[in-house]
Design a protein around this ligand. Structure first.
Ligand SMILES: Nc1nc2c(ncn2[C@@H]2O[C@H](COP(=O)(O)OP(=O)(O)OP(=O)(O)O)[C@@H](O)[C@H]2O)c(=O)[nH]1
Ligand SMILES: [Mg+2]
Length: 469
């Protein structure tokens, strides 16, 4: 018996568990094995992580993930277990996707083991049965029921009736063993074809042959890297430079500090091993802070090409058109052709509202100019253990996908414009997977820059027609 849980529901649970591909094996089902605490424990004790799924008579489906194991030892779970959660998959037959995590300080009370009880979670936010339950002919009238709702698990303001329909009459209760399944075929959430050396060569070729639209008469596309302090802007340049120099390079200073390590506007060139330069510049900028980093005026100057190369930003005397080195008559070659917002995937949830506000104000300027905007989502290795072990898992990781979605919502950009990367930081040698991921990101950035240049070209043509008329 495979159980009632659909593949989509299994995928959702796997995503919530968040530690890679999983197999779900049915250990216990009340319709098959009888609804008795003793049988539940015989089937489920010492089996490791399990998921309990309850299907009620109203078409609602909910349950809990126990990241440790069931035992017959009476008491709350002793082991520290931060990964347990409750969930809701359907309400009145309609799909729902709500995960309820344990509250801080309640990690020892994720589940409650009792030899005389069925699966029980928290302070009884989910309590199934506490004696043998007899089948009525169409359902099992469980005698558990939720109590102290929301005291150990964060129920996000939902009432128990919004999950349980005020009934404990259920048609099924299942417990599945959850195991890591390396060989499980998983469809990537973003397709790239075969992930191998050939892909890297193809990407590199496309990047090496990239050049600005010839009719515009300039040599290098300018890509601006903008984002909070420590997000990995300088590291991204170093990563790209490493890919093409074919060794790990560190031209841009990077590191961890409260204030931005980068203090200048530096248009970095990427060179091949042969010394030839590629036809784009990665323009590093100081990190954004609540009251430091680029301001809206400086961002306007940056986009329009007024900021001189290697300009040292100074909080006390901001750049103005009166500043000596200010470029008063910038041309198309000086302006920014694509903006890349660099965001640390691990701090998306705690991004300062002031910094977010700043970026949104910058976006208004970019939208006025039609400047394309991408998001580079860094440090994904710190987000997902499976990605840390194998960077090629990135496009299959639910956690990364979830954060791509989150980042796209934060700045209101398309999901396809969010590019996850892992920068070189501790590595001394090149890594094929890091190179592929970074090259995929850069290729998208350059394609956007090219689209923008064609828009500029068309605008120029129309402007000329206007003048002639
Ligand atoms: N694990 C991990 N660490 C990273 C990654 N990218 C950057 N880092 C680390 O994050 C820290 C900050 O990186 P930087 O490249 O200096 O960040 P930045 O955005 O240029 O910072 P400022 O110039 O100070 O605004 C460094 O210690 C990097 O090694 C990544 O993808 N994964
Ligand atoms: Mg920097």
């Amino acid at each position: 018996m495979a159980g009632r849980l659909t593949n989509k529901d299994r995928d959702q649970l796997e995503k919530w568990i968040g530690t890679g591909p999983k197999s779900f094996t049915l250990l216990y089902a009340i319709t098959r094995d009888r609804c008795e605490p003793k049988i539940f424990h015989e089937k489920c004790d010492n089996q490791g992580p399990t998921v309990t799924v309850v299907y009620n008579t109203q078409g609602s489906v909910y349950g809990g993930y126990n990241a440790t194991t069931w035992t017959t030892r009476s008491s709350h779970q002793d082991d520290c277990c931060t990964d347990a959660f409750l969930f809701q998959l359907y309400f009145n037959g309609n799909p729902k996707a709500n995960k309820f995590t344990l509250k801080k300080g309640r990690y020892q009370s994720a589940i409650h083991n009792d030899p005389n009880w069925g699966p029980t979670f928290g302070h009884y936010e989910l309590k199934t049965f506490t004696s043998n339950i007899v089948y009525s002919g169409s359902y099992f009238p469980l005698n558990g029921g939720p109590s102290n709702f929301g005291s150990f698990y964060e129920m996000q303001g939902m009432t128990k009736d919004e999950i349980y329909n005020n009934t404990m009459d259920v048609i099924e209760l299942e417990v599945y063993k959850v195991t890591y399944d390396e060989n499980k075929e998983r469809k990537p959430w973003r397709g790239v074809g075969s992930w191998n050396k050939k892909l890297l060569e193809r990407l590199k070729d496309e990047i090496i042959t990239f050049k600005p639209v010839p009719e515009l008469n300039f040599n290098e596309a300018r890509i601006a890297l903008i984002g909070p302090v420590g997000a990995g802007k300088s590291s991204f340049y170093n990563t790209i430079d490493s890919v093409f120099r074919e060794r790990v390079t560190q031209r841009a200073c990077s590191g961890s500090a409260e204030q931005s390590i980068t203090t200048k506007y530096i248009p970095y060139t990427v060179r091949l091993e042969s010394g030839d330069s590629l036809k784009f510049l990665l323009c590093d900028t100081p990190g954004l802070e609540d009251s430091a980093g680029l301001d809206v005026n400086e961002c306007t100057f940056l986009l329009d090409g007024n900021i001189p190369d290697f300009y040292l930003f100074n909080k006390k005397s901001p750049l103005t058109p009166k500043t000596e080195s200010f470029k008063n008559e910038p041309t198309i070659r000086d302006m920014i052709h694509c903006v890349v917002f660099v965001l640390d995937a691990t701090t998306l949830d705690v991004l300062s509202s002031d910094v977010l506000e700043k970026m949104k104000n910058f976006q208004t300027l970019m939208n006025e100019r039609g400047t394309p905007q991408m998001i580079l989502l860094t440090k994904i290795d710190k987000l997902c253990k499976d990605v840390q072990n194998d960077i090629s898992f990135t496009y299959k990781s639910w956690l990364v996908e979830e954060h791509v979605e989150k980042a796209s919502q934060r700045l209101g950009l398309r999901r396809s414009n969010v590019l996850p990367v892992k920068n070189y930081e501790k590595e001394c040698e090149l890594d094929l997977n890091i190179n592929i991921l970074a090259s995929l990101a850069l290729r998208q950035i350059l394609r956007s820059a090219e689209d923008f240049m064609y828009n500029l070209l068309d605008r120029q043509k129309f402007a000329k027609i206007d003048i002639q008329e």
